[in-house]
Design a protein around this ligand. Sequence first.
Ligand code: NAD
Ligand code: UDP
Length: 315
Amino acid sequence: MPRALVTGAAGFLGSHLCDKLLGLGYEVVGMDNFVTGDARNIEHLKENAAFSFFQHDVTQFIHLPGDLDEIYHFASPASPIDYLQIPIQTMKVGSLGTHNCLGLALAKGARFLIASTSECYGDPLVHPQPEDYWGNVNPVGPRGCYDEAKRFAEAITMAYHRHHGLKTRIMRIFNTYGPRMRLDDGRVLPAFIGQALRDEELTVFGDGSQTRSFCFVDDLLEGAYRLMQSDEPFPTNIGNPTEMTILEFAQRVQDALGVERAIAFRDLPVDDPKVRQPDITKAKKLLGWEPQVELAEGLEKTIPFFRGRVSETVH
Ligand code: NAD
Ligand code: UDP
């Protein structure tokens, strides 16, 4: 039975990754300090003998007895409002946390995968974004704490690969959604679904012409798993290439819920990327991977979770 460590295990992606690995027959060790996570995301794993959990801040040295085959380093605030509130912890988890996880991987002879991000491309001047584009990041803007932490994480990962021969993988994740995102995490999907369910206006930032594309969590994690099993040390984009404006996305959310709400336009946050779309040519060729879940289907799978969360806040 392979044994994997998942950091950020109580978060949105980390908790689903634990479920996926357990389903594949792994023994899974989850680690999290709950800074942006939620214990409810792993509550259902409490009685699972193949799962163990350590509450630990990965920016502190990690002691972990026993063998380890794979480390998935997913710990990091991921939503703009989270990392703007805790910029120093965000920089520490991307830098010190990644260093600790790489050191652990080296000590255990484990493979290592970092959950990096499309934010490495910043406000991109090349569209769609292929992996060999170096990006257009403002290091001293408000998003710099996240973008530069992840760019450092990629750089130190490559240094461990080149210097120590560690088997490392870099996954550049584009906007991903699904159940277990925090209703109040400020990301566009929980924001719009929450507002629409509460009969409020949908807050569109700027004029809503900025673009994103949305990957369902199951697709993303299949990409993560295949990338870990590959031999590819250089960054690989994993995301859904179906691009739309944020205004179109607001409409898609209303269509999925069968409601019509007013749009309230708000200021565009500083350095908010104007376009974003993954070029997934590499993942298709290397991993035989591409997304399977269309937005309408993914929304259908996601909305019941948010209905539950909204009704908890109302009662
Ligand atoms: P999330 O906030 O739901 O999960 C992150 C988890 O990491 C949380 O449970 C948090 O408590 C934990 N964490 C943060 N700092 C920690 C520390 N120092 N020690 C231990 N645990 C810590 O976010 P998510 O959307 O699940 O994102 C997971 C990873 O994927 C992040 O690394 C993020 O940068 C990356 N990513 C996500 C997306 C996306 O669209 N969801 C896009 C790009 C990259
Ligand atoms: N956005 C919006 N209204 C909201 C939240 C976000 O219009 O209530 C926009 C945001 O400005 C960005 C896009 O939606 O252009 C995606 O934002 P998110 O925070 O989900 O992730 P990002 O892609 O910026 O990391």
